[in-house]
Design a protein around this ligand. Structure first.
Ligand SMILES: Cc1ncc(COP(=O)(O)O)c(C=O)c1O
Length: 457
């Protein structure tokens, strides 16, 4: 790593040097991007693929590894923004898809796999009744609609710094700037995207994470008007932020006392923190759970699970939960394989061993180099947070210097490990196909990063 040389002194210089190396390693990605900008908006297929110093065009993936169009091989800890718990081309998923693709990929009628998937999710998450859709955004949109339909109320509460997809009701205070956020105990509702009518954003109230008093005040102020609250029970779009002991149970109690409902958005946490998500880990059962990303084993799948009473509003058409590709046979075949053959107790035991080793060795490296940082993890997910103290909410997260994570991303990338390119917001995912050799490479890169940062300080 360039950072080890004593001639480079500042973080910015280290970043500039790693960015040059990054671009030099990827001439074909650079050329493809230059071509792509003429026909694809921004040269990418989602705005979050626009990353510094340039997007990486990938060619293929197998097991725990991916290859870019320049032939560089990486240990994949990006995991497609946390969807890749199965790793790439997992034999069970490949077989399920191969079988189904030859038998027809779309009917818009229910099939047996859908029933098996619903039954499996009911066992894992404890919620009896399920429906399927195609993205996390659709899942949280349906959950928000259903909470409103069931209560006959318009107001929603979400957590400051929480991301739940790109529909109107949740595009509020996702990543607000310090000069927009308002008082800590009563955050402003800050629109997070253009194109969302202010009349709709105004229906979403914002509470700080880990703060029951603030939630109680909001519910009192709007007594009888709040349909429900949606939250990530472990926040995973602001690094990783764990709930304080008792917080989730307290949220549920407050909401129910006000006749309002609770949705856990487990799109990211879902199968990645454990077999039944935070729902099973915490023992706090919400009214609705949203799943997506990892459940499809790399294919396109999402789900909403709910209490029998609430899902009866779906069954009887009080709320029309619909979609042409919902429960699509290809997705259901892959999801069934994921649940029955990939996300198994053995796989979770192996993941725990790898994740435990990573946590311990990163912590030792941090201590050895005197970095102001700590490791936060949850099951197969983890991140390094560059602060001395645990981050408890979005306001703490705002204080973090993004440059450390960006440099870490670059050093890992140039060293053959692909992390998500989004600095302090994102975290790694270990898949069921990763092994000790993958972790060796990751840890060795981190050692070089830590030595570089310590030398530059
Ligand atoms: C917690 C959470 N909810 C919902 C979504 C939206 O999912 P999708 O991108 O599949 O629409 C995301 C995406 O990152 C997410 O992290």
């Amino acid at each position: 790593m360039v950072a080890r040389t004593a001639t480079l002194h500042s973080l910015d210089e280290l970043i500039a040097a790693e960015e040059r190396a990054f671009v030099d390693r990827q001439p074909r990605s650079g050329a493809l991007h230059a071509r792509a900008v003429r026909s694809l908006a921004g040269g990418v297929t989602s705005n979050w693929q626009i990353s510094r110093p340039q997007p990486v065009f990938l060619e293929r993936g197998e097991g725990s590894r991916i290859w870019d169009v320049d032939g560089n091989e990486y240990v994949d800890l990006h995991g497609g923004y946390g969807a890749g718990l199965a790793g790439h081309a997992h034999p069970a998923v490949v077989e399920a898809v191969r079988r189904q693709v030859a038998r027809g990929t779309h009917f818009a009628q229910p099939n047996e796999d859908a029933v098996a998937v619903a039954e499996n999710l009911a066992r894992r998450f404890g919620l009896p009744t399920w429906r399927f859709m195609n993205s996390g955004t659709e899942a949280t949109m349906d959950a928000v609609h259903l909470m409103r339909a069931a209560t006959g109320r318009d107001l929603m509460v979400k957590i400051e710094g929480g991301y739940h997809g790109h529909h109107d009701s949740v595009q509020v205070s996702v990543m607000p700037e310090a000069d927009e956020v308002g008082p800590a105990g009563r955050p402003h509702s800050v629109p997070s995207s253009s194109g969302v009518p202010s009349a709709i954003s105004a229906l979403t109230l914002v509470a700080p994470f880990n703060d029951l008093d603030s939630l109680a005040a909001i519910l009192d102020e709007h007594a009888g008007e709040v349909a429900g609250l949606i939250l990530e029970p472990i926040m995973m779009n602001a690094g990783i932020i764990h709930p304080d002991p008792g917080y989730l149970a307290g949220v549920k109690e407050l909401l129910h006392a006000h006749g309002a409902l609770l949705t856990f958005d487990e799109v990211k946490t879902g199968l990645t923190v454990g077999p039944g998500g935070v729902t099973a880990l915490s023992g706090v059962e919400p009214d609705l759970v949203c799943l997506a990303k990892a459940i499809g084993g790399g294919l396109i799948a999402a789900a909403v699970g709910g209490s029998a009473e609430l899902m009866e509003d779906v069954a009887d058409g009080t709320y029309e939960m619909v979609g042409t590709f919902n429960g699509n046979p290809l997705s259901m075949a892959a999801t069934r394989a994921m649940l029955e053959q990939v996300a198994t107790p053995d796989a979770y035991a192996r993941l725990a061993t790898l994740a435990g080793r990573v946590r311990e060795e990163l912590s030792s490296t941090i201590a050895a180099h005197g970095l102001t940082a700590h490791v936060v993890s949850a099951g197969a997910k983890g991140c390094v947070t560059f602060s001395p103290a645990p981050v408890r909410d979005y306001r703490d997260f705002l204080e973090l210097d993004d440059r450390f994570n960006h440099l870490h991303f670059l050093v890992q990338h140039n060293g053959g490990v692909f992390l998500p390119p989004w600095g302090k917001t994102e975290q790694w995912l270990i898949s069921v196909q990763h092994d000790e050799a993958d972790m060796d490479r990751f840890l060795a890169n981190f050692e070089r990063f830590a030595a570089g940062v310590a030398a530059a300080a």
